[in-house]
Design a protein around this ligand. Structure first.
Ligand SMILES: Cc1cc2nc3c(=O)[nH]c(=O)nc-3n(C[C@H](O)[C@H](O)[C@H](O)COP(=O)(O)OP(=O)(O)OC[C@H]3O[C@@H](n4cnc5c(N)ncnc54)[C@H](O)[C@@H]3O)c2cc1C
Length: 365
């Protein structure tokens, strides 16, 4: 539906979502624009564990590299113990386990998000607890229908262009690209009390649980058990397979403490035709555009890179001409996703994975 307006849109750019992608874009856009960033969550103070996005909170080397390119240094109070340098690979259908050197930073995700939001300059207006329900194209741009979660009131906001930085379950992606809307995977995570007994990261594979992978991440006094579960298994639900995962790990001798939290969210595992940068009026960045690693579900580097690619396109070409330039800036990012898809074939094919485990090639002794 196209709505007609006589007056100018209120904003040049409205960014929907203040996650790593949205907050980075807001930081990098030129002050010549009237910019609003909004999020359904609180953004003026650190969010609670319950409000935090379901995440492993590991900052990979590729994300560290983009941060270095952007001149960002990570404050140490975002880090959380343990900082460990190896990832244990466990194939639940194979007896040999190996550890591989990794250079992750273990972070408190809520603090990381607050810090990224804190980098947004004052010329960007922020509104928190605003849920974007719907959007329409209008004559000079886009109209957003937004629910204020504090007052329950609905407001209409007009903008020359909108940026969908609203993550895997993006309402923009669903409406604009219905064929590539369904994420295909659900991530479940449970947090348990941990007295330090499990102090390593683990990547766990088992084809009867998921065709992707599961993980263990110690986080302060807690331990996260997570799994990215495919939704096309007709026999067992994701919850049943998650329970099976925990039982199999207990059979291997792992002891889980008292459960603190259970959380879940959609997760995209893209192949290249799932990636999209949007159109002339609505740009998609981060996971909303499908940008996340299909081999590891690492997403911060893609959120940063797509946000930077869009900021450069807008700052250089303007809000009417950015689209082609943004799509071009994302070519290398798309190639990177393709390379990760190829890597995933070796990682998730039991024969090649077990051969690697058997030989110990590249493993920590
Ligand atoms: C279980 C799990 C573990 C992960 N672990 C890691 C990891 O360890 N390391 C890593 O690099 N990546 C990890 N990822 C991927 C990473 O979390 C994402 O790729 C990254 O957060 C994407 O950033 P984003 O800004 O695009 O989206 P998001 O982080 O999802 O942010 C979207 C924002 O939009 C807001 N929003 C959504 N819809 C609306 C709406 N309608 N109206 C208003 N606001 C809205 C949300 O509140 C949120 O703040 C993990 C993902 C999952 C699911």
């Amino acid at each position: 539906m196209q709505v007609k307006y006589k007056k100018e849109p209120e904003y040049d750019i409205v960014i929907v979502g203040a996650g790593p992608a949205g907050a980075t874009l807001a930081r990098l856009l030129s002050p010549v624009y009237r910019i609003l960033i909004l999020d359904k969550k609180p953004i003026e103070k650190e969010i609670s564990m319950q409000e935090m996005k379901c995440c492993g909170g590991l900052l990979s080397e590729s994300a560290q590299k983009v941060m270095a390119e952007m001149g960002l240094n990570l404050p140490t109070d975002i880090l959380i113990a343990p900082q460990t340098f190896a990832l244990k690979v466990m194939d639940l259908g194979y007896p040999v386990e190996r550890s591989y050197q990794k250079h992750y930073f273990n972070m408190d995700r809520a603090k990381f998000e607050s810090w990224l939001i804190g980098q947004i300059p004052d010329h960007v207006e922020k509104r928190e607890r605003r849920y974007v329900k719907e959007f329409h194209r209008c004559q000079d741009g886009v109209e957003l229908i937004v629910k204020n979660r504090q007052t329950g009131q609905e407001e209409r906001i007009t903008t020359h262009m909108a940026v969908a930085a609203d993550g895997a379950n993006s309402i923009f992606r669903k409406k604009l690209y219905p064929r590539m809307a369904w994420p295909g995977y659900v991530a479940l995570q449970e947090w348990y009390e941990n007295d330090g007994g499990i102090d390593y990261y683990a990547a766990i594979t088992d084809e009867s649980i998921t065709d992707f992978y599961s993980w263990l991440i110690p986080k302060g006094n807690a331990l996260i058990l997570g799994s990215a579960l495919n939704l096309d298994d007709e026999n067992l639900s994701p919850s049943e397979r998650f329970r099976m995962l925990k039982s199999k790990l207990e059979e291997r001798g792992l002891i889980f403490g008292k459960k603190i939290l259970r959380e879940g969210c959609e997760i995209i595992r893209p192949i290249n035709n799932h990636l999209t940068t949007g159109n002339r009026k609505i740009a998609l960045i981060g996971e909303a555009g499908g940008f996340i690693s299909p081999s590891s579900a690492e997403g911060f580097s893609y959120a940063f890179r797509t946000a930077r690619a869009l900021a450069e396109a807008i700052n250089e070409k303007g809000i009417d001409q950015f689209a082609t330039s943004y799509a071009r800036n994302c070519q290398n990012i798309k190639l990177n996703v393709l390379a990760r898809n190829i890597k995933a074939i070796g990682m998730y094919q039991p024969l090649s994975r077990r051969l690697a485990l058997k030989t110990g090639f590249g493993a920590v002794r």
